[in-house]
Design a protein. Structure first.
Length: 136
């Protein structure tokens, strides 16, 4: 699902899921010039529902949030909306947690505090990799 903004460029759609309203607001502002940012989710259940209904090109999912957390969201979105490229976002995770998230369907992991440009770069590279894998 992509949208054509006023500049005529087609941008990938992006679902943001984070339980912190300030983080959601900052990320929306940072991602808005590169992505068609969809309504944000405040918990895993809402992220799963929005991803299934809206079929975004990508989703940036906070690891620690209500409703089962990022792992639940990643597993369910990967199952229900396999065309959505999943990237997880968190402040401090163990290596084992990151591996578990990647095994569940996430394409990449970004630490909170990364610059908007770094997050955009990671999302764009992940979307390309996800599309290449889907194409076989």
């Amino acid at each position: 699902m992509t949208a054509a903004p006023s500049d005529g460029l087609v941008r990938p759609s992006l679902l943001l899921a984070d339980d912190d309203a300030v983080v959601r607001s900052i990320l929306t502002g940072q991602m808005g010039s590169s992505f068609d940012v969809l309504p944000a989710a405040a918990d895993a259940d809402e992220a799963i529902e929005l991803a299934e209904r809206m079929r975004p090109d990508a989703a940036l999912i906070d690891v620690n949030m209500p409703g089962g957390g990022g792992l639940t969201a990643v597993r369910e979105i990967a199952r229900r909306s396999p065309e959505t490229c999943l990237v997880v976002l968190s402040a401090d995770e163990t290596r084992e947690s990151v591996v578990e998230l990647l095994d569940a369907g996430a394409m990449a992991y970004v630490r909170k505090g990364a610059s908007g440009a770094e997050i955009v770069e990671t999302l764009e590279a992940s979307i390309r990799a996800h599309a290449a894998l889907a194409a076989g």
